[in-house]
Design a protein around this ligand. Structure first.
Ligand code: MN3
Length: 336
């Protein structure tokens, strides 16, 4: 009896620890005063222990009662906009600040070398022009936001700025997506106590504490990261459009409701054709995927045909199941 109570209790612990949010504060590798005179101690303390802590708490509250809390933060951010403002703002706030603390140092490496230096020269001309570009983007950013150096899904480097706590990983970043390797916080809370309204002075100053060794490490990790492919896939509009119709027709059919598929089979066939003819993102251009897309278009057309001939529910179910399997085959191939 005692053992079975213990067993149930440990099961409870396992489940509740899965459900509990798991995002935590990073460790700061330096003291609040160590970045002076470029960033003052009071700003650092409030920024880290109040602002960042609040983003983290709010993120954990937002995902705390769902299994979402066990998803790696980057994966959560890919679909941040879809997950709602609490995840978008606080998930972004937590991610962005964690990156920011890490690329700052009281004893920074003052210039990039190696692969990163080569890539900066190739895509942004020089480190000086990169700094000018980032500072210009930051000065143009109206209100609060961030400016980024990021690795695109095509493994090139690019500069962008985003509003609020958005970042390039997010769906909210439109066609400027990738993995950030250097970010500058241009919220007033990052500089107002020392620089007041002079954002330009803060921007000039901050380069003195940006540690290129940390940026180089981020660059090497970004190039290897599976997140780049996930972003590329998430930006494949035709795939997403097809997926939407599939989800909105397949799941009702599983619950015995055939109306959605019967009224939308033509739309699904059209979306499958558009998907087949779409620009397949570079990393998904394999013969297997092309073959599966062709199969998907044929099967969707066939399903539409049998529905227009008033087929029985069983026939519709079999045909939609087959189409659903083919779609998952494509999804699976994309994840390799
Ligand atoms: Mn901030």
């Amino acid at each position: 009896m005692y053992k079975s109570i213990l067993f149930v209790f440990s099961l409870f612990l396992v489940f509740s620890s899965n459900i509990k949010a798991q995002y935590t504060m990073p460790t700061l590798n330096y003291g609040y005063a160590d970045l002076e005179p470029y960033i003052d101690a009071q700003t650092m303390e409030i920024h880290f222990s109040k602002h960042h802590q609040a983003y983290l708490n709010n993120l954990n509250n937002a995902v705390g009662n769902t299994l979402t809390g066990s998803i790696p933060l980057e994966e959560l951010l890919i679909t941040a906009e879809k997950r709602g403002a609490a995840v978008q703002n606080n998930g972004g706030g937590h991610y962005n600040h964690s990156l920011f603390w890490n690329i700052l140092s009281p004893t920074p490496k003052t210039a990039p070398t190696g692969n990163l230096s080569v890539a900066i020269t190739e895509y942004l001309h020089s480190t000086d022009s990169l700094k000018r570009l980032m500072n210009a983007e930051a000065s143009k950013r109206f209100g609060s936001g961030w400016v980024w150096l990021y690795v695109t899904p095509y493994k090139t480097l690019a500069v962008s700025s985003t509003a609020n706590q958005d970042n390039p990983i997010m769906d909210a970043a439109g066609n400027k997506r990738g993995i950030p390797i250097l970010g500058i916080d241009v919220w007033e809370h990052a500089y107002y106590l020392k620089y007041q309204n002079k954002r330009g002075d803060y921007l000039t100053s901050i380069w003195n504490v940006i540690d290129w060794e940390a940026v180089e490490k981020n660059y090497a990790e970004a190039l290897k990261s599976p997140i780049l492919k996930l972003i590329e896939k998430d930006n494949w509009v035709e795939l997403k459009e097809f997926h939407k119709v599939m989800a909105q027709t397949f799941h009702p059919m599983q619950a015995g409701k055939f109306d959605p598929i019967k009224t939308r089979s033509k739309e699904m066939a059209d979306k499958a054709k558009l998907l087949k003819e779409s620009n397949i993102p570079a990393s998904f251009q394999t013969d297997d995927i092309k073959k599966a897309l062709k199969k998907l278009a044929e099967e969707a057309k066939e399903l539409d045909k049998i529905i227009s001939k008033k087929a029985k529910d069983d026939e519709v179910r079999a045909s939609l199941n087959k189409l659903h399997d083919t779609f998952h085959l494509i999804q699976g191939l994309c994840n390799h």
